[in-house]
Design a protein around this ligand. Structure first.
Ligand SMILES: [Fe+2]
Length: 289
């Protein structure tokens, strides 16, 4: 009997939660004022049906007239506490006392002197294909999905059509162009893609956890994914996503705490993967697009 009572109560709670979500979505684009959750709850209790019908109609009207893009841009607002995303370049001047050695693996395609001038890092390659899966089929490694939005810091709105270059090492810490003896064939891009944000500034890709790699004696780069993000009217951003819990995070020279993502383990029908969110906030200014 007690179990039945608990089930009924939980069902009521879930139904109300679902209604709250729908009403929140419906209300925001059509009302200039933002209704608090408390006032929404009050209206649901005192006359929710009429309110919901009214707002569904208003929502349909706005949606039909202005489309999905306007709706999403109206609805989404960057958090008041957000700041522009920090840069994290591993090709800039080294911190004092750190000497990078060219590893035995022959990672630098054309020597350290030449690559240091490349602002996108030694392993960047322009012209990667547009696709939502970074790694080739059946690539070894722990599957991840990374999602996020690109935001304008000045407008606090998502940036539609922002261009992202994303590239990374494989699970063994190797890039497709790190061996000068075996350069990749023209047009073949492994573990690197370009993406564009959608009508709500959203992007998403599937990949694997990249392996750390050694860059000197007792010097390792932790697992990381490179980003280069561009949008007209904004400063282009070169940065990296890092993984919470990587032991090499403690000694890396380029890591920033704001760039570390805490991935959650998600159980799917045929296995599990790790899901992380990495929002990018661009500062207004001139960028090379
Ligand atoms: Fe790297």
């Amino acid at each position: 009997m007690l179990l039945l009572f608990v089930k009924v109560v939980m069902s009521v709670v879930f139904v109300h939660m679902r209604m709250l979500q729908e009403v929140q979505v419906i209300i925001e684009p059509s009302f200039p004022e933002r209704l608090s959750w408390i006032s929404v709850l009050e209206r649901l209790i005192t006359g929710g049906a009429a309110l919901t019908t009214e707002h569904v109609e208003r929502f349909k009207k706005v949606f039909r007239a202005e489309g999905l893009q306007t709706f999403m841009l109206t609805w989404l607002t960057l958090s008041a506490t957000a700041t522009p995303t920090e840069e994290s370049k591993d090709d800039e001047e080294l911190p004092p006392g750190v000497i990078i050695e060219i590893p035995d693996l022959g990672r630098l395609a054309s020597g350290a002197g030449a690559t240091e001038k490349n602002i996108l890092g030694p392993y960047f390659r322009p012209g990667a294909p547009f696709r939502g899966k970074v790694t080739p089929p059946f690539e070894l490694g722990e599957v991840i999905v990374v999602r996020g939005r690109v935001w304008g810091f000045d407008t606090r709105k998502p940036l539609v059509g922002a261009l992202l270059d994303v590239w990374q090492a494989n699970s063994e810490g190797r890039y497709d162009n790190d061996d000068p003896a075996k350069p990749p064939k023209a047009g073949v891009f492994l573990n690197r893609v370009r993406l564009r944000t959608d009508e709500s500034g959203y992007y998403e890709y599937e990949s694997i956890v990249p392996g750390p790699y050694q860059i000197g004696t007792n010097l390792w780069r932790p697992a990381h994914i490179h980003y280069h993000v561009q949008h007209p009217g904004y400063k282009s951003l070169t940065t990296q996503l890092y993984f919470k819990g990587d032991p090499h995070n403690r000694t890396d020279s380029w890591i920033r705490p704001t760039l570390i993502v805490d991935f959650a383990t998600i159980k799917a029908r045929h296995g599990s993967f790790r899901l992380g969110t990495f929002d990018v906030v661009l500062a207004a200014g001139k960028g090379a697009v």
